[in-house]
Design a protein around this ligand. Structure first.
Ligand SMILES: [Fe+2]
Length: 331
């Protein structure tokens, strides 16, 4: 998971670092002066290439970007910033003298957050800049909270060296499976995050239970099962985890209603959870453990099919997953 540049402003969001990109020296100087007078830290770039270099060396909180510049122009620079997961959350305001709808549409398609017409009016500039900086601070806070959860999930995985790499594989497989079965980008993303954080609730499970080399007693099972509901509690404050929460809570449900924590059955088991559980079982069966060798792909598929027959996993998703693995193995 990436870390975005942190917000450089004060607690009220009244300052921050702004990168102004304009090949026209006069208009660039005017905008920079307005911003400096309001207490912002301003850096300047004379063209798109310099702007991108400067961005990676010293990430700003916001970019004011002229559209008409020698290649790469403002649209292209904006597009590159928005395509890169490291920079996409930094707001970009396009400065344009162009009024046509087509240019606005092109700017929106490039991912611009706002537009300002040149010559720039100070009042309008400050209003836009302040509101976007507040938004940036909010997304940074959210990003930090997400990173804490992800770090927590990694710490839990590290408690059991035998499962090393399990979460990363789950994340990779389940996001690709979600894409393959036609889920939307938000669900694909949820499956990617869910692969890492689905067992975050294990933080509350004592080592004696979590790593017990023998069968769990009935009481220990009661504790173990709580990792689903406790994980949901840990993450429920994060709005960006909306589609991840069902994975955390329901990844141990079964279609015949024999799973936990809610005994959901059939299609009541959320789709994202159904995706993750097939991948989870596959990876666990394939893994080598002190008490068992890793099963071959063929043996694993046959066990998965048996479990589908028992009414545990979604038949279509399981078939799609096995087809995905077969295609990748053949490639
Ligand atoms: Fe789990």
């Amino acid at each position: 998971m990436h870390l975005t540049p942190s917000y450089n402003g004060d607690a009220q969001g009244m300052s921050g670092k702004i990168l102004v990109v304009d090949d026209d020296m006069v208009s660039r100087a005017a905008v920079c002066q307005m911003l400096r007078e309001e207490g912002f830290v301003v850096t300047e770039a004379v063209d798109g290439t310099t702007a991108l270099e400067q961005f990676s060396k010293d990430p700003p909180d916001l970019v004011l970007l002229d559209v008409i510049m020698p290649e790469p122009n403002g649209f292209e620079v904006c597009q590159r910033l928005k395509d890169d997961p490291e920079t996409r959350l930094t707001p970009v305001v396009l400065l344009t003298g162009l009024e046509s709808t087509g240019d606005r549409v092109q700017g929106i398609e490039a991912g611009a957050d706002e537009f300002l017409s040149k010559p720039v009016e100070s009042v309008e500039l400050m209003a836009r800049v302040r509101s976007l900086l507040n938004l940036k601070r909010f997304t940074d806070d959210l990003e930090r909270a997400e990173n804490v959860i992800l770090a927590l999930a990694s710490a839990i995985e590290a408690r059991d060296p035998l499962t090393e790499g399990h979460c990363q594989r789950l994340s990779d497989y389940s996001s690709r499976l979600a894409e393959r079965i036609g889920l939307g980008p938000e669900d694909v993303d949820a499956c990617r995050i869910g692969g890492v954080v689905h067992d975050v609730g294990k933080i509350i499970i004592p080592d004696a239970v979590l790593m017990k080399p023998a069968k769990l007693t009935e009481d220990e099972w009661v504790i173990m099962k709580q990792h689903t509901t406790r994980g949901e509690e840990i993450c429920k404050g994060l709005k960006s985890f909306k589609n991840v929460l069902p994975i955390i809570r329901h990844h141990h449900e079964k279609r015949d209603g024999s799973g936990y924590p809610d005994g959901l059955s059939g299609d009541d088991v959320p789709m994202n959870a159904r995706v993750l559980q097939v991948v989870d079982v596959f990876d666990a069966l394939r893994a080598e453990r002190p008490y068992k060798k890793g099963f071959s792909v063929e043996k694993t598929f046959s066990i998965l099919r048996e479990e589908v027959e028992k009414g545990w996993w979604d038949p279509d998703i399981t078939e799609q997953f096995m087809a995905m693995i077969e295609e990748e193995t053949a490639a």
